[in-house]
Design a protein around this ligand. Structure first.
Ligand code: IMP
Ligand code: MG
Length: 180
């Protein structure tokens, strides 16, 4: 584990705004998927808080099923390397399902670029991506994002599932880690 540098956490997006945006996304997705069943895939661990909140915001007329996968990207504490290894695969096949991959944040895009390509080979009926945050300035790989909570500038953030050294995932707001 890396040595801890001195830092403080400053609010970037308060919890009310996060909750309100997730409600909006839930409404939009409910409308887009009317008459279908959504199969949500959560990328552990960061996606878990957003996925539960988002699925709660989806109408009861649009049934939602869930599955989880865990990938490790051999990165350091602040960025991913793009070399993605599956640590835990999905429990169920995707064949014929309307899949939405739910992520906390898209940064370089390497993780999702790899993951989406792999999931597509499993022949879902449709495959979409929903992310709470997007940092497009840092994109190195093309990734089509279908639903975005917030586009943010290039800052290292925590909360709403995101961590720094495995901490702060539980914060209900988005905070910036400001290093001294
Ligand atoms: P990518 O492959 O560079 O797009 O990396 C995406 C993953 O890196 C995210 O799912 C997060 O786990 C992690 N990540 C990227 N930026 C941040 C950040 O600002 N805070 C916390 N984790 C981040
Ligand atoms: Mg993640």
């Amino acid at each position: 584990m890396a040595e801890e540098r001195n830092y403080k956490i400053v609010t970037m997006i308060p919890k009310e705004k996060v909750a309100q945006r997730i409600e909006e996304l839930g409404k939009q997705i409910s409308a887009d998927y009317a008459g279908r069943t959504i199969h949500m895939i959560c990328v552990l661990k960061g996606g878990v808080y957003f996925m539960t909140a988002l699925s709660n915001a989806i109408s009861e007329e649009v049934p939602v099923s869930l599955d989880f996968m865990s990938v490790s990207s051999y990165g350091d504490d602040l960025k991913s390397s793009g070399v993605v290894r599956i640590v835990k695969d999905l429990d169920e096949p995707l064949e014929g399902r309307d899949v939405i991959v739910v992520e906390d944040i898209i940064d370089s895009g390497r993780t999702l670029h790899y993951l989406l390509r792999m999931l597509k080979e499993r022949n879902p009926a449709s495959l979409k991506l929903c992310t709470l945050l997007d940092k497009p300035d840092r994109r190195e790989r093309d990734v089509t994002v279908d639903y975005t909570g917030f586009v943010i500038e290039d800052r290292f953030v925590v909360g709403c599932g995101m961590d720094y050294l495995q901490k702060y995932r539980n914060l209900p707001y988005i905070g910036v880690v400001e290093f001294e």
